[in-house]
Design a protein around this ligand. Structure first.
Ligand code: NAP
Length: 256
């Protein structure tokens, strides 16, 4: 699949799934702006890809800050021109029982994982509508479709993101802009590494036992690689994917 001439923004694009998506988009010929809170990390990543001949840039943006999203849209327009592809990937995950989840933690999770993608969609949609072509992919989670213990705020935020995906898909049907979601199980990234560290800290399990406990929830019995999520994201972006709208594709090794 080629995306020459297309422009893309990937939030949380400096590591993990976002970095794999950014690399896959750039390999397909798109010009890509990766964003996140830590500019130094983004610049190291973008410089490395530019040295490989890819057109990738970094820009700081905390998606929990509406003003920062407005600035990101302006920087993207300046660096890339109108944006064709938005991948709402930035996200956080923390675990606690319902009793131990503070209002602050709850609101933070909703703000980063659901409100941020909503505001990014609002910021980038006008140019997509004007050009009658756009692709928005939201990186949700299996937790956006199913409940799980000790992650109520995360589950609620990802359900909200899947809900936003479906509502936007319905509202934008026929405009040339599609909105889809991918819903991975556990992926081999720094986020999962810190989940394992958290289980070790809270339960006294060894890292191997904690990893095995996560894998027990995966129908395929193994961790997903970030590149597998990137491949699913790209499948929702191609020109030929114009009729795929409002999907929430599970990626955890289960039978389709
Ligand atoms: P990760 O390795 O922790 O990377 C998360 C990225 O999001 C980082 O680049 C981080 O960069 C950025 N980020 C965090 N908070 C941000 C904020 N407020 N504003 C802007 N950027 C922010 O996580 P990952 O595993 O690649 O996860 C990526 C997405 O996939 C998340 O939405 C996650 O919920 C989802 N997901 C992950 C898994 C999994 O098992 N790993 C499974 C299903 C879904 P900075 O720290 O520099 O801001």
């Amino acid at each position: 699949m080629r995306l020459d001439g297309k422009t893309a923004v990937v939030t949380g694009g400096g590591q993990g799934i976002g970095a794999a998506v950014a690399r896959a988009l750039a390999d397909a010929g798109a010009s890509v702006l990766v964003s996140g809170r830590t500019l130094s990390k983004l610049e190291v990543f973008a410089n490395k890809l530019r040295k490989e001949g890819r057109n990738v840039w970094g820009a700081a943006c905390d998606v929990s800050d509406p003003a920062a999203i407005t600035r990101l849209a302006a920087v993207a327009k300046e660096k890339l021109g109108p944006v064709d592809i938005l991948v709402n990937n930035a996200g956080i995950a923390e675990s606690a029982s319902i009793a131990r989840t503070s209002l602050e933690d709850w609101e933070k999770m909703l703000r980063v994982n659901a409100t941020g993608p909503f505001l990014c969609l609002q910021a980038f949609l006008p140019d997509m509508l004007e050009r009658k072509w756009g692709r928005v992919v939201n990186v949700a989670s299996v937790a956006g479709l199913e409940g799980a213990r000790y992650i109520s705020a995360y589950v609620a935020s990802k359900h909200a993101l899947v809900g936003l995906t479906r509502a936007a898909a319905a509202e934008l049907a026929g405009t040339g802009v599609t909105v889809n979601a991918v819903c991975p199980g556990y992926v081999d990234t720094p986020m999962t590494k810190s989940t394992i560290e958290n289980i070790v800290r809270k339960t006294g399990k060894t890292a191997d036992e904690a990893r095995a406990a996560l894998l027990a929830t995966m129908p395929g019995g193994r961790m997903i690689q970030p590149e597998e999520v990137a491949a699913a994201v790209l499948a929702q972006i191609s020109d030929e994917s114009g009729s795929r709208n409002g999907e929430a594709v599970i990626i955890d090794g289960r039978e389709a």
